[in-house]
Design a protein around this ligand. Structure first.
Ligand SMILES: [Zn+2]
Length: 123
């Protein structure tokens, strides 16, 4: 699938979004973002998460227990030698993070998102 890469992305953003790299834990200032608003894809500006879906997981990455409807596609990767559920923006194909099953209610899911892939826009 050809991917449209936004020319405004930094090299670090490109590495995470199109080579499935992972940003260092604790590096994103979005970890502590608590304002109301939406988190958009840094590559294509699609709205991916609303602030009320975010929670403090303690993982060092911005974490959400749910995404907005039908914004992501998933695949299984084995980059660390075991199966993980990778998710990427349905619109542009950019990698965002992995989904784990240790999230809070009601979903039990944790969307572990690289902060560098997100742009926060407050309401
Ligand atoms: Zn996107």
């Amino acid at each position: 699938m050809p991917k449209e890469i936004n020319t405004k992305l930094s090299n670090d953003q490109k590495k995470v979004m199109f080579e499935e790299a992972t940003e260092p834990p604790g590096s994103s200032k979005l970890n502590s973002e608590k304002r109301e608003g939406f988190y958009h894809c840094a590559n294509c500006d699609t709205k991916l998460f609303e602030s009320n879906l975010k929670y403090e997981s303690g993982s060092g990455w911005p974490s959400f227990f749910e995404a907005l409807p039908a914004v992501f596609e998933t695949k299984t990767d084995y980059l660390l030698g075991y199966a993980r559920t990778e998710y990427h923006c349905k619109n542009c194909g950019a990698h965002h993070g992995h989904i784990f099953d240790d999230g809070p209610r009601p979903t039990g899911k944790r969307y572990c998102n690289n902060g560098i892939c997100l742009i926060f826009k407050s309401k």
